[in-house]
Design a protein. Sequence first.
Length: 82
Amino acid sequence: MNNVTVTLDDELYRKTRIFAAEADTTVTAVVRDFLVTLQGESAKQQQSPDELIEAALKKVRQNHPRFGNDPPHSREAVYESA
């Protein structure tokens, strides 16, 4: 297995960390699942990168309906739930 370093803005990381905690998984697993889904979509059909990303996000949202739809959380709430 290879390791990859990814730079995320603070808000994206915060939302992903909350999502991962609520799904009882890790940020690494969320990113890995997204990339696996993205790869699967790419293999199925030729799409632009934007279309591939949107298709992968759509699948993630179908599997995890709250992903990307949560209202903003306070900083305190993030640390309490993590």
